[in-house]
Design a protein around this ligand. Structure first.
Ligand SMILES: [Zn+2]
Length: 193
């Protein structure tokens, strides 16, 4: 463990928040810097509380891990696109549970609509334009364009503290498809499906 890591692990939540607010203030002059400081504090308190409640780790533990992994500016890192509130995220206790839920290893690419066996980089082989095969990545700038699947795994969260965004598992897509069919059928007839 490096010296800075040891130092980080001994910092309280309040002193970490204070340090990040200070770096936000210094990132911009005057009032706007202060606004940024308030924004980052509000976000951190809300996110840490939510993550601690849902995942069962202390806010301090989560915060120290996140800080130890951060390798760019706090203002850009602590954003809802990186740390969405966990209401929209499926939580697994273990990686085994995750794998059991999606045994097909088939995922729907948000760009070409094809089936990819890789959950984060499309390998469907579909041509998106002449001579160009789809290679969409779920971790690119546009992620999954809102058509993906978000999850976190408690077992490895402190080692790899992030919410994962992958292509929609085929199992979920199929369920959604069946649900849409049922809803499109007039009432009273759906029970025969
Ligand atoms: Zn694709």
């Amino acid at each position: 463990m490096s010296e800075s890591q040891t130092h980080l692990n001994s910092m309280s939540k309040e002193s970490l928040i204070e340090a990040l607010k200070q770096s936000a203030r210094e990132s911009w002059h005057g009032e706007y810097g202060e606004e940024r400081a308030v924004e980052i504090e509000t976000f951190l308190r809300k996110m840490l509380n939510n993550y601690s409640q849902v995942l069962g780790f202390s806010e301090e533990e989560i915060f120290q891990k996140l800080e130890s992994r951060r390798d760019y500016s706090a203002i850009n890192y602590y954003q809802e696109c990186n740390f969405p509130l966990l209401e929209e995220v499926e939580i697994f206790d273990t990686i085994k549970q995750l794998n059991e839920k999606f045994p097909s290893h088939q995922f729907i690419c948000p760009c070409c609509g094809g089936i990819s066996t890789n959950p984060t980089t499309c390998n469907s082989g579909k041509e998106v334009k002449k001579g160009k095969v789809c290679d969409w990545c779920s971790y690119g700038l546009f992620k999954t364009m809102g058509k993906g699947y978000l999850f976190a795994v408690k077992q490895d969260f402190l080692t790899n503290p992030k919410v994962h965004e992958i292509f929609m598992p085929a199992e979920l897509k199929y369920r959604e498809y069946i649900k849409n069919i049922r809803e499109s059928i007039p009432r009273g007839q759906a029970s025969s499906l």
